[in-house]
Design a binder for this molecule. Structure first.
Ligand code: ADP
Ligand code: MG
Length: 274
């Protein structure tokens, strides 16, 4: 099981709980313009709690850009983005992470000279530092939590099957293991929403099998996922719903089987680089 979060801010304040019917993410009419290029053009993306929501499309269709606007790396040119009913447009990436959105990157971004364990601890400490008022009010609890931080980091490594590599420098891990380590680090933030940008890219077949199991386990812990993935077998086996982008526009949405059979989607892929 996922270990209990050590430094987590309580998000379940009675009376402010999100209505169960509200979408966890509600992005509406999002435009992301880079000069003359509309990387996202009037895109709506609604993610329901507890789902694994696929985001697919040919290369350059705007998938990573969508994750970048959801995590504050880019501020959309136009459009609204709400997370748990609150607008996150213009918030910093750090604040968005603390609000409950964690991610991995298409190009792995680990601290290469740090060990696997230290990389996960970075995620944990990010949560602690943000919580200084809480620390001041609950000092004994904070000290206790600091002591348990490395235990929790180990537990997260174990969750992704990397406990035996805890002491290895991240840069020395095989690529597939680095991708799993990024997932462990993201989980250290105790997110409600986890965004995975092509987690199976460059993985061996056995690593992909492990990844699918891990993705399912993450959802079983109540974490909602958005998954960008080119491996259609992974999309087909784990996603509840899939949104398809092409040239920055949403061209289809539905079950994996429905979108895979959609003529417009097939045409987009045949014309694309996949
Ligand atoms: P995908 O992840 O679907 O392959 P991206 O979201 O990375 O596609 O990119 C969508 C389009 O936006 C591409 O044409 C890409 O070159 C462009 N793009 C992405 N980020 C930037 C940026 N920072 N500046 C300029 N163009 C960008
Ligand atoms: Mg991408």
């Amino acid at each position: 099981a996922l270990p209990a979060p050590a430094g987590a801010v309580s998000t379940s304040v009675v009376g402010t709980a999100t209505p169960a019917t509200q979408d966890l993410v509600a992005a509406d009419k999002v435009l992301m313009q880079f000069g003359g290029l509309k990387a996202l053009n009037d895109v709506d993306l609604h993610v329901s709690r507890g789902t694994i929501h696929g985001l697919i499309g040919p290369n350059g269709s705007g998938k990573s850009t969508m994750m970048n606007v959801l995590t504050g790396i880019y501020v959309p040119t136009e459009g609204a983005i709400a997370f748990k009913g609150q607008s996150i447009v213009g918030r910093t990436s750090a604040r968005i992470a603390l609000a409950g959105i964690a991610r991995t990157f298409q190009n792995v971004q680990l601290f290469g000279e740090m060990t696997a364990l230290q990389n996960v601890l970075v995620g944990l400490h990010h949560t602690y530092r943000s919580n200084l008022l809480d620390v001041a009010l609950h000092l004994p609890r904070f000290v206790r939590e600091e002591r348990t931080a490395s235990a929790r980091a180990y537990a997260l490594l174990k969750f992704v099957g990397l406990e035996s590599l805890a002491g290895e420098e991240a840069r020395n891990l095989p690529y597939g293991k680095q991708r799993l380590l990024e997932i462990a680090r993201a989980l250290a933030l105790n997110p409600e929403l986890l965004l995975l940008d092509e987690p199976a890219a460059g993985l061996t077949a056995p690593d992909i099998k492990d990844l699918v199991v891990i993705i399912r386990k993450i959802r079983e812990h109540g974490i909602t996922l958005v998954l960008i993935e080119h491996h259609m077998d992974v999309v087909m086996s784990v996603c509840d719903i899939v949104t398809v982008l092409d040239f920055g526009q949403k061209i289809a949405e539905g079950t994996p089987a429905a979108v895979q059979a959609n003529p417009q989607v097939i045409k987009a892929y045949l014309g694309g680089e996949l």
